[in-house]
Design a protein around this ligand. Structure first.
Ligand code: PLP
Length: 361
């Protein structure tokens, strides 16, 4: 195995090499503290500046105005499946959910477990979650509309977010946050596990619009209330310090080396176009998602037999292309081409796909 491979894994995922090097360089003595960032107090000036900078970068990159709070929580995106309805769905109201895959299904399940009223207004389950539904019949009195921006497992993505009028959108952006720009105003809450486009596992980014806090019931356990973390700047208890630090560096890289969200969106588009063009070139590979719903982040495809897919994945590994196996629940192949995968990584994959096809031709 080479020293560094091209990692197409879905998460925990590849991090930008300059970020890994920066972590390595300052690991034993963080900013003259004589300690590693994993050893300093979360109440120290060192961690304060990390958390402040990470928050400011999220705000700048996503163009968030002062109505939005930026939080770094724990428990993964899966914890948000339960915290969202617990905090934001009053018992006398219902919420609209769009079911576009395994993660949306889990979000719906967690709301229903709390005996909340959930209306699944659209679903793509009829075609194995291979598309994003259109023409959604929203309830105008719903507490919120929940969507999953990018479906990591099936490889579909909302090309544009639905217009839900005055009903706040709530979005699981775990696998495409920071990959493209969008207008945050219609969103009541956005959440994302860090381990794809943001940094290492351990932190969950939550962006909550201030007016949503009025809904938080007073009698929830302290650690499950958004207000607790807003009131204490995500520092009610010990935050995931190392993850927040790595996120700060990833966001610095995104702003200062890449040049921001518009620039990374262009690069992401180019990478996805290159890969989908390869998939569509002949009948050897077949895209798993419908064309107008294809994800720019997780490219899912099949070969003619499971045996051939196994060979493809095995030989790719020998060429330093790792993480191409589809999710265990669906099989096939998947290339996750998050922000930190460069164009040259995708080119290496496309070259390999071409060679593999020729060798079987
Ligand atoms: C879209 C989406 N939502 C939620 C999750 C679950 O995230 P976590 O493992 O942080 O709970 C994932 C994980 O891959 C995901 O891709």
């Amino acid at each position: 195995m080479k020293e560094r491979v091209y990692n197409f894994g879905p998460g925990p995922a590849v991090l930008p090499l300059p970020v890994l090097k920066e972590i390595q360089a300052e690991f034993l003595n963080f900013k003259g503290s004589g300690m590693s960032i994993t050893e300093v107090s979360h109440r120290s000036k060192w961690f304060d500046s990390v958390a402040e900078d990470a928050t400011a970068r999220v705000r700048r990159l996503l163009k968030l105005d002062e109505r939005f709070h930026v939080l770094f929580l724990q428990g993964g995106a899966s914890m948000q499946f339960c915290m969202v309805p617990m905090n934001l769905l009053p018992d006398n109201q219902s919420a609209d959910y769009v079911n576009t895959g395994i993660w949306s299904t889990k979000a719906i399940k967690e709301a229903r477990l709390q005996r909340k009223t959930v209306d699944v207004i659209a679903s793509s389950e009829d075609k194995n979650f291979s598309y994003i539904p259109k023409d959604l019949p929203f309830n105008h009195d719903a507490a919120y509309v929940h969507v999953t921006s990018n479906n990591t497992i099936k490889g579909t993505q909302w090309a544009a977010f639905p217009d839900t009028g005055d009903v706040p959108l709530i979005c699981d952006m775990s696998s495409d946050i920071m990959s493209r720009s969008f207008d945050a105003s219609p969103f009541g809450l956005i959440y994302a596990g860090a381990q794809k486009n943001l940094g290492p596992a351990g932190a969950t980014l939550v962006i909550i619009r201030h007016d949503m806090l009025e809904r938080v019931p007073g009698d929830l356990p302290t650690m499950l209330k958004y207000t607790t973390f807003v009131d204490h700047n995500s520092m009610f208890n010990t935050p995931p310090c190392f993850a927040v630090y790595a996120i700060q560096l990833v966001l610095k890289w995104l702003e200062e080396t890449i040049g921001g969200i518009e620039r990374i969106a262009e690069l992401n588009r180019k990478k996805a176009d290159l890969l989908y063009a390869m998939i569509d070139r002949s009948g050897f590979y077949a895209g798993a998602a419908e064309k107008d719903s294809r994800s720019v982040m997780n490219v899912t495809f099949r070969l003619s037999t499971e045996e051939l897919e196994k060979q493809f994945i095995r030989e790719a590994l020998e060429h330093g292309l790792v993480g191409l196996k589809g999710h265990r629940s669906v099989g096939g192949c998947r290339a996750s081409i998050y922000n930190a995968i460069g164009l040259e990584g995708v080119q290496a994959l496309v070259d390999f796909m071409n060679d593999f096809e020729q060798s079987r031709g």
